[in-house]
Design a protein around this ligand. Structure first.
Ligand code: SAM
Length: 289
């Protein structure tokens, strides 16, 4: 722990922000490494007296901030952590930083399966940091879940995140290519969720450098038209879903209609495009017959 006068801290903070970057990223740095929330910072600004104990020295924090500004390294990778819904998750450059727009997938699941006392078997394909599966497993202790990823390093992070966030044992992790790890679970799933890589080739080439240079290509790149993985997931889903089981997919902002048609073609019913909080058709959902 390092002790620092509040006034000194506030003028240091102002100086760091004058070098560039945005307030949200700087606040993230302070919250993730020093447990200083935006509310704590406001209180300090209102009453800048006394001193403050920090988990990191100002010099250490400044070095991280410089790395972020100079190299565009995502602040979450530099801090080794991110916040998603009510979870605090470890992240490294082996996993996609889970996005806030993905958070409402949990609300979509809640709307479909409102009854928490019901037992249910779910799978998540391409779990990355584990955000979606861990959130579902914790909120629904009666459910059993399986989360998979093709990348063993990502799975190890997801498994650690689960151990660190929960004492439950209703989530397992499997490594492999989309449906391959689930050969023993044909016609078994009540719910399958996936936020697969869906960025089309042209868009991928033009991604901002803080994404393209740091986040794993395998988590983002969806082939020529972005739908390569979504197609594969939808085509094989009928083998693994129970009758009336649900498939929930995240897609790129303009892919909803195409994903909807793919679901209909593969005999899904109740197919719907669901908007995210910005009004973008971010999710496409359907029930298998
Ligand atoms: C867009 S990221 C989503 C990560 C996480 N579910 C989230 O929402 O933040 C896609 C994930 O799919 C995984 N993935 C890519 N290709 C895969 C494949 N063929 N089979 C299984 N997982 C794959 C990537 O490693 C990555 O973790």
């Amino acid at each position: 722990m390092v002790s620092v006068f509040v006034e000194e801290f506030l003028s240091w903070k102002k100086k760091q922000l004058s070098k560039g970057g945005d307030v949200q990223s700087f606040d993230f740095l302070l919250e993730s490494l020093c447990d200083l929330s935006a509310r704590d910072l406001n209180l300090l600004t209102i009453n800048p007296r006394g001193s403050l104990r920090l988990k990191k020295s100002l010099v250490d924090l400044e070095l991280i901030w410089h790395d972020h500004l100079l190299n565009s390294t995502p602040i979450q990778y530099l801090c080794g952590t991110t916040f998603w819904r009510d979870l605090r998750l470890k992240v490294t450059n082996k996993v996609l930083i889970p996005r806030s727009e993905t958070e409402i997938v949990i609300d979509i699941v809640d709307q479909i399966f409102g009854d928490k006392s019901q037992k249910l078997f779910f799978a998540e394909l391409g779990t990355g940091s584990g955000a979606i599966s861990i959130s579902l497993a914790i909120a629904n202790p009666l459910w059993e879940g399986i989360a998979s990823d093709i990348d063993q390093d990502a799975l190890e992070i997801a498994a650690k995140n689960y151990r660190d966030s929960s004492k439950q044992s209703n989530l397992q992790f499997f490594c492999g290519d989309w449906w391959n790890p689930f050969e023993n679970f044909k016609s078994k799933f009540d719910l399958v969720i996936s936020n697969p890589p869906y960025i089309p080739k042209n868009t991928y080439e033009k991604l901002p450098k803080e994404v393209k240079n740091f986040e794993p290509k395998i988590a983002l790149f969806g082939g020529e038209d972005g739908l390569q993985h979504i197609r594969e997931i939808i085509q094989k889903a009928p083998l693994f879903l129970r009758e009336k089981g649900w498939l929930i997919l995240e897609n790129h902002f303009d892919q909803g209609e195409k994903v909807k048609q793919l679901l209909i073609k593969n005999r899904f019913t109740l197919v719907e495009i669901v908007n995210d909080l910005s009004g973008i058709g971010r999710f496409t959902i359907g029930r298998y017959k």
